[in-house]
Write a protein that binds this ligand. Sequence first.
Ligand code: NAD
Ligand code: WQD
Length: 373
Amino acid sequence: MTKQRVLIPGGAGYIGSHIVLCVLLTRKYTVTVVDNFHNSFPESMTRVSQIARDELPADASQEDKDACTVDVVKGDMRDAKVLDGIFADYKQKGDAIWSVILVAALKAVGESGEIPIDYYEVNVSGLITLLRVMQTHEVTRLVYSSSATVYGIPKTIPIPESTPLAAESVYGRTKQMSELIIKDVCDAYPKTWRAIGLRYFNPAGAHPSGLIGEDPVGKPGNLLPLLAQMAVGKYRDPGLRVFGDDYPTPDGTCVRDYIHIMDLAGGHVNALEALDDDAKFKDTPTPGKYKAYNLGKGKGMSVLQMIDAMRKVSGYEYPYKVEGRRLGDVPDLTADPTLAEKELGFKAKYNLDDMASSLWNWQSKNPKGYTGQ
Ligand code: NAD
Ligand code: WQD
């Protein structure tokens, strides 16, 4: 069977590297990544190829073995010439790009309010540049990395996709705007464009090999990478800060829908397959073939539960102090994942212990991340 080529801007990052791996493991696709390594390292791609090769059956064909190598282009997705060159080169080789999974973005909520122009330029302008080049090259299948943050402060928990989009941060608005732009393109060209937006809840953990994982630059602002790094001895002073224990939740701390990164990445394979099935788009409210799905487990877990799970696997006690609420936090963000389950065949199968143990496996094997520095 001829493999189809998928272009993954941002594929070297935390989520992207796991997506690249899951896409390769299907043995139906070949992958090209374009990344400027703003928040990632080329080493992640070498390791993804290694895992993909290790997981091939002994009798795999030479074509399957070759397909485990990721083509990596160092480049910025805001640069139309770079993108155009990639699409043109593969077309010329008779290996035209079949679809795109857009993962690249800037993603820190706090920072987005400080440097909004950069966020709009990368996340929104970068998307428009990509759409233009895709249109020129008649590549009209797109899977887009969206976020639960588009829901803002939702009224209904668990959160269905029909919840009005009301992002509260600059970052969230870049994701909300991007979804609207993609939907408008699909509406304008219903015969050609098909796109799926995947709204991620809180990704957690790493591939069980411990070869790839999250390697943020500087002190992590997010809970899980911080817990992992504290356990290997970093950022222990002045101790963990728990932002609020007076929320209307069972233990008073915020509840989030943590989903194992391998489950989340696997959802992209479901989405790629759906792009080729027009029946999946028959009930869209407008003529265009754009659909958005939650990728979550549908199970909320509190900050204290996460600390406890990481304590169990790492043995570190996590002395913590409860501090005031963090600006912008909402009590509960739990997905209703039934639409993705019903329509995409998506199902998150890993549990909290799997998330904690795989995160600890990655962090303990790579205490200083990919570069060892
Ligand atoms: P990440 O920073 O690890 O990955 C993003 C990748 O994009 C990095 O490799 C980075 O170098 C690359 N990149 C950034 N700007 C680029 C540019 N101009 N050109 C080319 N490459 C560029 O982040 P992640 O956590 O893997 O997030 C991936 C996607 O998922 C993002 O779109 C993010 O908004 C979305 N998302 C993340 C989370 C989360 O909690 N991590 C939750 C919801 C949605
Ligand atoms: C989880 C909980 C904190 C750190 C963010 C983005 C969201 C999405 C995922 C991209 C909260 C608490 C944290 C700490 C703490 N990203 N916490 N002490 O805020 O749910 O989601 O990442 O799309 O858009 O907002 O994740 O890991 O930062 O926080 O008590 O030192 O942990 O208050 O309740 P969040 P998080």
